[in-house]
Design a protein around this ligand. Structure first.
Ligand SMILES: Nc1ncnc2c1ncn2[C@@H]1O[C@H](COP(=O)(O)OP(=O)(O)OP(=O)(O)O)[C@@H](O)[C@H]1O
Ligand SMILES: [Mg+2]
Length: 457
C-alpha cells in the first residue's frame, strides 16, 4: 500500500511552521521595543541635562554668563561610556562648547520645551537635545540656545543585548512548541490508531460492529466501517444460506435416485449392469455425504460468529453422539467403549455434537470390523480433553495438519465414502470455542487418536 505521507508528521510540521513564524515575530517585536526603551531613556537624560544647563544661564553686566554644572554631564555619563558634546549660543554666536556641532533642523523657540534631533558628528551618530531660553542681558532679552548631544553607542549595545536575549528565548520557545506539536499530533491521532488496533485484534470471522467511543470527527469513519462489516457479514451469511439451501435441495432428489438404483440392482441379472448400478449408488452416496457435510459446515460457520453456549454435561454430549453412531458401529461389529468424567462444559451443544459425531464417524469408518473404539475424557490444566482412539490404519505418512483442510482426504480412503470435510468441521467448532483438535497416529499399535480439547468452564 502506498501512503500519502503521515498525518502526524504533517500536523507537526504545520504547527512547527506556525511556531517558527510566531517566534520570529516576537523576536522582532521585542527587539524593536528594547531599542525604543533605550532611546527614550537617553532622551530623558539628555532633556534633564539640557534643562539643567539652561537653568544656570544668567546675565551679568549685560552679558550672558554660564557656569557649566557638573551634574549636567555626570548624569549623562551614568548611562554609558558615550561621548558628550554641548553648545550654548545666542543667534549665530557660539558662547561656549563645540561650535561645529550640527545645528538642530528645527529651531527651538523659547518656552523651555526640549526639542530632539538625530545627526552625525565626527563620524558617529548622535542624539541632540536643544532648549532655548530668553536671558535678560542689560535691557534686552536675548534668546540663548543650549544643545547637549551624545553618541548612541550605549543605546545600540543595550538593544543588541536585549535582541540577543530575545532571540535566545524565541529559539527556546520554538523548540518547546515543536515538542508540544509532536505530542499534540500524536495525542490527537491516538483514537484513530486505537480503532485500527481494535479492528486488527479481531478474529477473521468477527464482523460485529465496533462499539467503542470515538471522537466526533471519526464518527463517519466508524459508521462506514460498521456498515461495511454489516454488508460483508450479510453477504457471507447469504452465501452460507445458499450453500445450505442448495445442499438441502440436492439431498432429497438424491435419496430418490438412490432408492431407485437399489431397486434396479435387486432386479438386475447382468453382472456388468449390477456393477454399473453399484458404482451409481456409490456416487450418489458420495454426493449425498458431501451435501450433508456442506450443510453442517455452513451451520458451523453461521453459528460460530455467535455461539449459543449453554452448560451441558460432557457425558450427555458424548452419549448423544455415540447413540447416533451405534447402528453404524454395530454393522461392523465395532465396540464403542465410553469412559467419562462428571464434568460440565459451557458450549454450543449443536456444534459440539456435530464435531464429536464427525470424529467418531471417522474412527468407525476407517477401522476394520471387530475392533474397538475408545472414548475417554480427562480434565487437567484448565482443559477438558475428549480422546477418541481406534484400532484402524492410522493417519498415514502425510502431514497430519493437512487433513483438517477443506476437502482433504487421506490416502487410506479407497472405497470409503467421504467428502473431506469432517475434520474441518470438528476443528472449526473447537476453535470457535477457544479449543483445538489434536490428531496423531498411535505409535506401537495400529490406530488413530483424535483429541477434542476445550477450555474448562
Ligand atoms: N480415525 C481415522 N483413521 C484413519 N484415517 C483417518 C481417521 N480420521 C481421519 N482420517 C483421515 O483424514 C482424512 C480427513 O478426514 P475427514 O473426516 O475430514 O474427511 P473424510 O472422513 O474423508 O470425509 P467426511 O467429510 O465424510 O468425514 C480422511 O480422509 C482420512 O484419510
Ligand atoms: Mg470424516
Amino acid at each position: 500500500m502506498t501512503g500519502t505521507g503521515s498525518i502526524g508528521r504533517r500536523l507537526t510540521l504545520l504547527l512547527a511552521g506556525v511556531a517558527a513564524l510566531l517566534s520570529v515575530l516576537s523576536w522582532w517585536m521585542v527587539t524593536g521595543l528594547a531599542r525604543q526603551a533605550a532611546e527614550r531613556t537617553q532622551d530623558n537624560v539628555l532633556a534633564a541635562s539640557v534643562t539643567t544647563i539652561a537653568e544656570t544661564l544668567r546675565s551679568e553686566q549685560g552679558e550672558v554668563r554660564l557656569e557649566l554644572p557638573y551634574s549636567a554631564f555626570s548624569m549623562l555619563g551614568a548611562i554609558s561610556e558615550d561621548r558628550v558634546f554641548y553648545r550654548v549660543s545666542t543667534g549665530d554666536t557660539v558662547l561656549t562648547g563645540y561650535d561645529d556641532l550640527p545645528v538642530p533642523t528645527e529651531v527651538a523657540v523659547s518656552g523651555g520645551r526640549v526639542l530632539f534631533d538625530t545627526g552625525e558628528y565626527s563620524g558617529e551618530e548622535i542624539r541632540m537635545a536643544t532648549v532655548s531660553r530668553l536671558v535678560l542681558a542689560g535691557t534686552q532679552p536675548v534668546p540663548v540656545t543650549v544643545t547637549v548631544a551624545q553618541t548612541r553607542g550605549g543605546v545600540a549595545s543595550i538593544s543588541a543585548e536585549l535582541s540577543q536575549l530575545a532571540a535566545f528565548l524565541s529559539v527556546a520557545f520554538f523548540l518547546v512548541a515543536v515538542t508540544l506539536s509532536a505530542f499534540a499530533a500524536r495525542t490527537s491521532l491516538k483514537p484513530l490508531n486505537d480503532i485500527a488496533a481494535a479492528v486488527s485484534r479481531r478474529g477473521p470471522s468477527d464482523l460485529r460492529p465496533l462499539r467503542r467511543a470515538a471522537p466526533t470527527e471519526l464518527a463517519p469513519l466508524m459508521t462506514s466501517l460498521n456498515r461495511l462489516m454489516d454488508r460483508l457479514g450479510q453477504s457471507i451469511r447469504s452465501a452460507e444460506d445458499f450453500i445450505a439451501e442448495a445442499a438441502h435441495r440436492i439431498r432429497t432428489p438424491l435419496a430418490t435416485v438412490r432408492a431407485q438404483a437399489e431397486i434396479a440392482l435387486r432386479s438386475a441379472r447382468d453382472d456388468e449392469q449390477k456393477q454399473r448400478l453399484r458404482q451409481m449408488i456409490r456416487a450418489v452416496d458420495e454426493s449425498s455425504r458431501s451435501a450433508g457435510q456442506l450443510l453442517d459446515h455452513a451451520t458451523v460457520i453461521y453459528r460460530s460468529d455467535d455461539l449459543m453456549r449453554s452448560p451441558v454435561k460432557l457425558s450427555d454430549l458424548v452419549g448423544q453422539a455415540v447413540a447416533g453412531l451405534e447402528p453404524t458401529a454395530a454393522m461392523k461389529d465395532i465396540g464403542l467403549h465410553v469412559d467419562m468424567i462428571p464434568v460440565q462444559v459451557e458450549v454450543d451443544p449443536v456444534l459440539m455434537e456435530n464435531a464429536l459425531r464427525n470424529v467418531l464417524d471417522n474412527a468407525i469408518k476407517y477401522s476394520p470390523p471387530d475392533t474397538v473404539v475408545t472414548i475417554t475424557a480427562s480434565e487437567a490444566q484448565g482443559e477438558v480433553r475428549i480422546a477418541v482412539s481406534d484400532q484402524g490404519p492410522g493417519l498415514g505418512d502425510g502431514p497430519v495438519d493437512l487433513l483438517t483442510h477443506r476437502f482433504q482426504r487421506g490416502s487410506n480412503t479407497q472405497g470409503i465414502v467421504g467428502s473431506g470435510l469432517g475434520l474441518t468441521i470438528a476443528k472449526d467448532v473447537l476453535v470457535a470455542h477457544g479449543g483445538r483438535l489434536e490428531l496423531e497416529s498411535l505409535q506401537g499399535r495400529n490406530g488413530t487418536c483424535a483429541t477434542l480439547v476445550l477450555p474448562s468452564s
